[in-house]
Design a protein around this ligand. Structure first.
Ligand SMILES: [Zn+2]
Length: 324
């Protein structure tokens, strides 16, 4: 747990300082840096309780013991306030976990990195010169994995509510033709902190298209997202995870900075692992906005499986966009 912020201490300090003033402990040096005179006014006249011409009584200094006691009160008040907030958050997460039938309360994600990891060619990252990197696993030591939800056919409000109440972040990769007529759902996700990223306009296999058509698919979806959500995407996922050099060039020309692929795929009834049957820090998990028509189960069951799997293996779910 972090110690109370200086802003919080200052707030408490102001309150306690005010109390000390009211109790007569003396406030003589409280505004030492503030000018106490109007321009041209003699200092003695300004400070004198009896008005101009009457000498001011010397201010009583605050005893060290009072200062130390006040500082201890400030620290105790700040810590107990912070503990209370943390306890309330933990209780609300535990209640949400029970409500949605999770095996355990999900692990809270650590604060996102102050700067995003540098993406060099190596395990989990493929770079082609200065073109946007292709990322299967984010280079990080944090015990985090990332859930990404693709396409956009099923727009289940229960799924959005469940993720919000559990405090589980995810990133969406939306294909325009599937979102058409249903952008309000994705605007709602955006408002709850889900970043809506680019997954082309028509979901083609981009390797079958030339550079110009690929650019239309990617830049075209950027325009749609800007119109419907208000922001263009930084991340782009090629449909089926298939791409070629033209895809990277086209994506770069549309303002894309990275192409996240995936190492696991989640379904309501199972997780499919690309390598070992375990998660690794920085793994990207793929799933889809789908429902019982295409799955043995619904999207809420899928989320339950992902969160329970991550928690059982000691991982928190974090937001991909904070790391790439
Ligand atoms: Zn897709």
């Amino acid at each position: 747990m972090r110690s109370p912020s200086w802003r919080a201490l200052t707030r408490w300090g102001v309150a306690l300082g005010l109390c000390a003033c009211l109790a007569g402990s003396g406030c003589a040096d409280q505004d030492a840096d503030m000018p106490r005179t109007k321009p041209g006014q003699p200092v003695a006249a300004a400070n004198a309780p009896g008005g101009p011409g009457v000498p001011a009584a010397p201010a009583a200094p605050i005893p060290d013991a009072v200062r130390e006691q006040a500082a201890a009160q400030i620290r105790a008040a700040g810590l107990s306030a912070e503990r209370e907030v943390a306890a309330r958050i933990a209780a609300s997460r535990a209640a949400a976990a029970r409500k949605w039938g999770l095996a355990q309360t999900p692990i809270a994600a650590p604060a996102p990195p102050a700067t995003r990891p540098v993406l060099k060619s190596g395990p989990g990252v493929i770079r082609h010169g200065d073109l946007p990197p292709v990322v299967h696993r984010v280079p990080t030591q944090d015990r985090v994995v990332f859930l990404t939800v693709d396409d956009g056919a099923e727009k289940d409000p229960r799924f959005a509510r469940m993720a919000r109440e559990l405090g589980v972040p995810f990133s969406a990769f939306v294909s325009g033709y599937l979102a058409r007529g249903g952008w309000a759902y994705f605007r709602g996700l955006h408002e709850q902190g889900v970043v809506v990223n680019n997954h082309t306009v028509n979901h083609p296999d981009l390797r079958k298209l030339g550079y110009a058509r690929q650019q239309q698919e990617i830049c075209g979806e950027q325009e749609v997202a800007e119109r419907e959500i208000g922001v263009a995407s930084r991340l782009f996922r090629p449909p089926y995870g298939e791409f070629n050099q033209d895809t990277l060039r086209a994506a770069q020309s549309c303002g894309i900075v990275a192409l996240p692929i995936w190492n696991q795929e989640a379904f309501p009834d199972r997780i499919e692992y690309r390598y070992d049957h375990r998660l690794e820090p920085g793994d990207i998990i793929l799933t889809h906005f789908r429902g019982p028509g295409e799955w043995k189960g619904d999207i809420a069951q899928m989320l339950r499986r992902v969160v329970d799997t991550a928690t059982a293996q000691g991982f928190a779910l974090a937001r991909l966009d904070d790391y790439l």
